[in-house]
Design a protein around this ligand. Structure first.
Ligand SMILES: [Zn+2]
Length: 213
């Protein structure tokens, strides 16, 4: 195959340009990164292509440990999420876990509708439950406002779910400095809003969900 026939050649070219530009600025940048990573933050965000984790918070490679899935869900049986979380907390010793949703989330929109999309509907099912749990708050809203409200409620719920894992609670038992935060990103202006639901210890959890070792 020639270069011209490769439909992804422009991506490879972009990569080489990016790599050269960074190396020109700091010749030891990639050698240093290749030896180890010390990110202080774990980002749990949506897979949506419009919310690139590092870029929206101005962080470089090596500074943000990232897990993304559709609608930034934290599911207690998701081995992928749990493995990322455990490695980030126990090995990398991140100090902050950020659950970042975004307004206009397609996964949230899908959960509010009645169309079947396939396997993904099972992944999004918990969102339907949240919609009906907070039924009163959804009265008299436009369809767009309903989506955005459920996006916010979802972030808050997923922050709670992170705090309810044994991984985070064990870190608090060990006296480690670890906070969990809930943010939401606006697609229309590129701005992040803090939902002010940060949690940094057992004392901020409902008793039923606290593990005692
Ligand atoms: Zn989304």
């Amino acid at each position: 195959m020639t270069d011209q026939a490769n439909p992804l050649q422009h991506l490879i070219d972009n990569n080489q340009f990016w790599s050269q530009a960074l190396s020109a600025r700091d010749p030891d940048y990639f050698p240093r990164l290749s030896r180890q990573q010390h990110p202080k933050y774990l980002w749990i965000g949506c897979s949506d292509s419009r919310v690139p984790a590092n870029e929206v918070v101005g962080l470089m490679p090596g500074e943000l440990f990232v897990h993304r899935n559709v609608a930034n869900m934290v599911v207690a049986t998701d081995m992928n999420l749990l493995s990322v979380l455990q490695y980030a907390v126990d090995v990398l010793k991140v100090e902050h876990i950020i659950v970042c949703g975004h307004y206009g989330c397609g996964g949230v929109k899908a959960a509010l509708g009645h169309q079947e999309y396939g396997l993904i509907d099972n992944w999004l099912r918990a969102l339907k439950g949240m919609r009906y749990q907070y039924d009163d708050a959804f009265q008299h809203l436009s369809p767009e406002q309903e989506v955005d409200l459920l996006c916010e409620i979802n972030v808050k719920r997923q922050v709670t779910n992170v705090c309810h894992t044994t991984i985070v609670q064990n870190a608090w038992h060990r006296g480690e400095k670890l906070s969990v935060h809930g943010w939401i990103y606006g697609l229309s202006d590129g701005r992040i809003h803090d939902l002010n639901v940060s949690v940094s210890g057992h004392h901020q959890l409902i008793d039923a969900f606290i593990y005692t070792l």
